[in-house]
Design a protein around this ligand. Structure first.
Ligand code: 1GP
Length: 244
């Protein structure tokens, strides 16, 4: 596998990722069932990570996922202990919307020795929180203020600064459980910067996924909705089939 294989998959259009929060990781049999259904639905990636996950929860979840899943497993880390060579790739996040040095460089230094020696695809990612109408765990834990969605220029300039720093990927996140997902006008203006774009937070229906893909999101991430209603994967299958 090339060291840019997952990046090239993420760069394609109309991809869907299912986010698994290891804190709520189901039993091995339930997780196996989720994997089978996600594969049947044509889900493109599993993202794994969370803001308040312990090392044991993370390792346990990665272990089971990588044992059973054919879909690539991508780490979406909430902190420096959420790294593993068993996954296919690591989104190397810098929380550029915030001014907390721990999430700009601190966790990176803490895990650098381990990550440097790992045989895993590392993807430098500009991670940007946008206010989704509620205080999310990621905003609280990182002690940062998300950018208001109406401040398009600030969002744009934050992404541009990330690109200038060499980030290969942009992840705009309203945060897990957001009331409002990222507006399509924001997605459209960021996708014009020609960097692969991941969008997540508060996405709960197929129409929103479709609008986001059409606005230029390469990958749309769904977490809570599938935790609450696993049958949503059937709607995703219908959508994936229709967009081939
Ligand atoms: C959050 O993008 C993810 O980082 C997913 O959010 O759980 O609201 O789908 P939801």
């Amino acid at each position: 596998m090339s060291d840019t294989y997952i990046y090239s998959l993420i760069s394609q259009s109309k991809k869907i990722a299912v986010l698994i929060d290891p804190e709520k990781c189901p039993s091995e049999s339930d997780l196996q069932q989720l994997i089978e259904r996600a594969e049947f639905a044509g889900v493109d990636f599993f993202f794994v990570g969370g803001s308040t996950v312990t090392r044991d929860e993370f390792n346990h979840c990665i272990e089971i996922l990588t044992k059973h899943a054919k879909i690539p497993v991508v780490i979406f880390p909430g902190a420096s202990h959420q790294v593993s060579e068993k996954a296919d790739a690591l989104l190397y996040l810098s929380l550029l919307s915030g001014r907390n040095p721990d999430f700009l460089i601190g966790h990176h230094v803490a895990s650098a020795q381990e990550v440097f020696d790992m045989n895993i695809e590392i993807i430098p990612t500009a991670y940007i929180l946008i206010d989704g109408g509620t205080t999310t765990s990621v905003a609280y834990v990182s002690q940062t203020t998300p950018i208001p969605p109406g401040k398009e220029n600030i969002i744009l300039n934050t992404v541009k600064a990330g690109i200038l720093q060499g980030k290969k990927l942009v992840y705009l996140d309203a945060g897990s459980g957001a009331k409002e997902s990222i507006p399509t006008n924001v997605i459209r203006s960021i996708s014009a910067l020609n960097r692969p774009l991941i969008i997540g937070g508060g996405i709960r229906n197929i129409e929103t996924i479709r609008e986001m893909h059409e606005a230029g999101a390469n990958v749309v991430v769904i977490g809570n909705k599938i935790e609450e209603d696993i049958d949503f994967l059937l709607d995703i299958r219908t959508y994936q089939e229709s967009s081939i």
